[in-house]
Design a protein around this ligand. Structure first.
Ligand code: GLY
Length: 363
């Protein structure tokens, strides 16, 4: 279907998108092959669906494969779970030339990427994302890590993968709520970078489930989202400036996730709520118009994502939580705000009063 290259100063890699790619995993890893040992990391459900095929493909290509199964869920993206990967790597005597393969969603990808960044001071990692969110965002760009009890992704490292292998067929087993969460990140790309993608989604009858998308639109969504992410990462790999725009919707979103214990509200749902808040803030500050706000809201609703704050959330608690966000600089919360379709800016000029007013409207 498509091959996108992420070109970086230290190393470049391919994002390969094609139906049936899972069975090509071993073959696709041949060009980046260093040693023979591979540690495949997954979770029970994904491994049940796709583990056998991935392992068969790797073995056919001559790899010596061991595997490690982690509990599923954001609540397991922790240091104790990381220890399980290290223990398995030790047990199977992984070497500096070995590769870790992440077969799963964002949690598996972030944990495996961080284990690969740190075990023996750095092994290769290949990302095989199985959720829409991981395909269009988490698997690309090298952000890896685990959560600290007081904040998401506070412990981590940049560690670029050697290959990102996307097989859209695996989305067939993705629960619909997770699919919708991935659509939040896709809508994000439409607002921050790719207005053409935004319009394509507007023209679609529905966005709320895989079966309601035409194959053509799914292809466009995957290619255009991965290209958007690659474009931004190539310009600013370590988030010294531009890459911060990928956090659109994530400022209020992370606070919502954190205050609801990372379980009640999915990451994508929290991002959807955060995008509504960001759009409203941009309106308040006169940075973009009501028409754009309405169009974004309509897309989020079309994907059956939430547009209001989860019930029971306290606005003052949200304001306090925002202060622990990674995006805080010199004690000022920085927001990514839209100025037009496909264009955003980063600002720390949102007053607490304006924020309080916008959040109150979203209750
Ligand atoms: N998910 C945001 C980033 O990769 O920078």
């Amino acid at each position: 279907m498509a091959s996108i290259t992420v070109q970086l100063p230290q190393a470049s890699y391919e994002i390969a998108i094609a139906s049936g790619n899972l069975d090509q995993l071993g073959q696709k890893m041949q060009p980046i092959k260093q040693g023979k040992k591979v540690l495949l990391v997954s979770n029970p459900e994904i491994f049940g669906h796709y583990g056998e095929r991935a392992i068969a493909s790797l073995q056919q290509a001559g790899f010596d494969v061991s595997h490690c199964i982690l509990s599923a869920g954001e609540e397991y993206k922790t240091l104790p779970t990381l220890q399980i990967i290290y223990d398995t790597a030790l047990e199977h005597r992984l070497e500096r030339s070995s590769t870790m393969v992440a077969l799963g969603g964002g949690v598996v990808g972030d944990l495996t990427g961080f284990a690969a960044a740190t075990w023996l001071r750095g092994l290769n990692v290949v990302q095989v994302p199985t959720s829409l969110l991981a395909m269009v965002d988490a698997a690309i760009g090298g952000k890896t890590g685990v959560n600290h009890p007081i904040g998401k992704n506070l412990i981590g490292a940049f560690h670029q993968p050697s290959l990102v292998l996307i097989d859209p067929d695996v989305l067939k087993t993705l629960p619909v709520r997770e699919f919708r969460g991935g659509m939040a990140e896709v809508i994000k790309y439409g607002v921050i970078w790719d207005a053409e993608l935004f319009v394509q989604m507007e023209n679609s009858h529905s966005l709320d489930g895989l079966n309601n998308l035409t194959p053509g639109l799914l292809e466009e969504i995957l290619i255009r989202s991965c290209q958007s992410k690659a474009d931004v990462v190539m310009k600013d790999e370590k988030e010294s400036s531009l890459r911060a725009i990928l956090n659109y919707g994530h400022t209020v979103g992370h606070a919502v996730e954190s205050l609801t214990g990372y379980t009640m509200v999915t990451h994508g749902e929290a991002v959807a709520i955060g995008m509504v808040a960001a759009s409203q803030l941009a309106l308040e500050l006169g940075m973009w118009d009501e028409e754009c706000d309405r169009r974004q809201l309509a897309l989020i609703e079309k994907a059956a994502l939430p547009t209001r704050l989860s019930s029971g959330l306290d606005i003052e608690e949200i304001l306090v939580t925002l202060q622990t966000d990674k995006k805080v600089k010199d004690s000022k919360v920085r927001f990514v705000l839209p100025t037009g379709l496909g264009v955003v800016t980063v600002t720390d000029r949102v007053s607490t009063d304006v924020l309080r007013r916008v959040l109150a409207r979203m209750q």
